[in-house]
Design a protein around this ligand. Sequence first.
Ligand SMILES: [Zn+2]
Length: 315
Amino acid sequence: MENKDNELNFDQNTPQGGDQGGQLLTRKVAVDKDGKHSFLFWLIIPVVMIWLSIGYITGFVKDKPLWSGGKNVLGETTSVVPYFQQHGSFTENLDQAFITFWFDDAWLSQYLEAYPKLKSNNFPGVIAVFVNGIETPNYMNWAQLGILQKDGWEITDHSLAHDCSMQNWNVEKISYEYRTSKFILWKNNLSADIFVTPCGVDSEIMREEAKKTFMGYRTVDPGLNDPKNVNFYNLKVKNVDDKITTSEMRSWVDEAKDSKSWLILVFHKVGEKNTEPGGDEFNTSWENFQDVVNYVKESNIKVVVPRQIMTSQKP
Ligand SMILES: [Zn+2]
């Protein structure tokens, strides 16, 4: 229906109208009755050629992208600052405290609640992606993970199936899980250097196999890390569940600051409204999450992703 209206409008707006419309004129210009090109056609070709040649030489016929003139979309003139100049060196001074916000399982609430809060403070985060959960209800989708990665978040691998009996698996099964989950992440343009074990389970084989596929390995072993001497296959964390109070979280931040340690805070769901009796042990309330982020901001501790600490290690 819409197409038909357009056709009608086209006919009405064409000066020649009806059968004498633009199409016919074009045909007349290009080819005359006995199939030969008309005089008008041969006149147009040289004119177009000359116009293009002059345009090429003087530079006015050019498809210039917006940035080529150093102007942004608002028309303001800007200059391109090299990445290093803008963000400083890739290597951090390790003689200071660091904090990492690490979110396990890729829950949708981490994207909807935690991400904007961190972003408003210019803090990056880390996401542990349980691959088979992606694109299922209550979990993020691939596009959202891509946005996080582009925004400076680090992607980590949290297995294919989130099987919490993985510590009992044999080496072949573990190796398959590592390689396949990493490959699927890679196919979705996400790169993961660290493996995060499901439910924090751990075994000697899991740890040894991880060294073949990953640059780091994280369980839920509690503790702080020494930024100057990190064992990336034995990262220590502080777990945040629904029973952890804001004063406990604040005391961890203080401890990290005083001891110049690297504190990794592990969250699951953030700010989900839970109506079930007893709540959800894996949910951090919105109030508590805000409180700890604000406290970190006040404390002036550098918020990093593991890759920043990894690339700053002395050989
Ligand atoms: Zn998990």
